[in-house]
Ligand binder design. Structure first.
Ligand SMILES: Nc1ncnc2c1ncn2[C@@H]1O[C@H](COP(=O)(O)OP(=O)(O)OP(=O)(O)O)[C@@H](O)[C@H]1O
Ligand SMILES: [Mg+2]
Length: 260
């Protein structure tokens, strides 16, 4: 078991150690008789890129589903910027600035880019983000601006997402998170099934998020994707966190050994 010092045991921020964006304490999750998460303590700090790795069934997606409000834990506590939260819906998580991107479910393929950017945040219910009510034209304009921020130059905000490549779709999802000033971006296998070039683009997006001070949690089976962009690597196995290491203290080889 490899452990780094938990910087975050005290509830208040101590000198020089900012409160983590997200802190989980003792998370447990059962699916019937499957114990998918076992007493997991983990923290994500502001502006960090955290690589979350582990073999199939290790509990990675379960952890992030809990953090995105999709699943409820059976035990444990979640703190966002030091405040205890109860994430009952994905909307609860989004309102707290936690955005999750899945390879396939992040987008509604038949809807336009603009609609996808504003999905779940339809104009009448705007409470966060830099704008109040938006009309369609404004929505289109804002969408293109959001895409330009991630250096994605697509033809038109009315293009259906189904016509975009996998990498472009990830770009749209990331642009959305940036536009709504998300604090934490969770990416579950965002480079799955992407070409080399598209993978590089997604990795560049994540680097861009760090430059903006946004925390990213990046899940991938491919250590060669995770390692270069991560500041810290969290390793899970059989529902437990088995390592939590600054990148400088580990190597791809050491991580592969831990995972296997
Ligand atoms: N909805 C579900 N119902 C029942 N069991 C589930 C469910 N979701 C996950 N599990 C089980 O919980 C355990 C953890 O699964 P999880 O999806 O979190 O793993 P993972 O680390 O994301 O794996 P992968 O790398 O394959 O995506 C596995 O044993 C899995 O079979
Ligand atoms: Mg998974």
């Amino acid at each position: 078991m490899t452990e780094v010092t938990e910087r975050t045991h005290s509830s208040g921020a101590t000198a020089g150690t900012a409160e983590p964006i997200i802190r989980c304490v003792g998370l447990d999750k059962w699916y019937g008789s499957v114990h998918a998460l076992k007493n997991v303590d983990v923290s994500f700090n502001k502006g960090e890129v955290i690589g979350l790795v582990g073999d199939n069934g290790a509990g990675k997606s379960t952890l992030i589903k809990i953090l995105s409000g999709a699943h409820a834990p059976d035990a444990g506590e979640i703190f966002v910027e030091g405040k205890r939260v109860h994430l009952r819906t994905t909307r609860d998580a989004m309102d707290l600035g936690i955005e999750t991107i899945y390879q396939y479910t992040a987008m509604v393929p038949d809807m336009s880019i603009a609609r996808n950017i504003f999905i779940g945040r339809e104009p009448v219910s705007f409470r966060i983000g830099p704008v109040g009510l938006l009309d369609r034209r404004q929505m289109a304009r804002e969408s293109m601006e959001a895409l330009r921020q991630v250096d994605l130059h697509l033809r038109s905000p009315d293009t259906p997402v189904v016509e975009l490549s996998g990498g472009e779709r990830q770009g749209v999802a990331i642009a959305r998170a940036m536009y709504f000033r998300s604090k934490v971006m969770i990416l579950d296998e965002p480079t799955n099934h992407l070409s080399l070039k598209e993978t590089q683009k997604v990795l560049d997006f994540v680097a861009g998020l760090r430059d903006m001070g946004i925390t990213s949690v990046f899940i991938s089976h491919n250590l060669h994707h995770v390692y270069p962009i991560s500041d810290r690597i969290v390793v899970m196995a059989r529902g437990e966190k088995i390592a939590d290491l600054p990148k400088a203290d580990t190597t791809i080889e050491a991580l592969s050994d831990l995972i296997i």
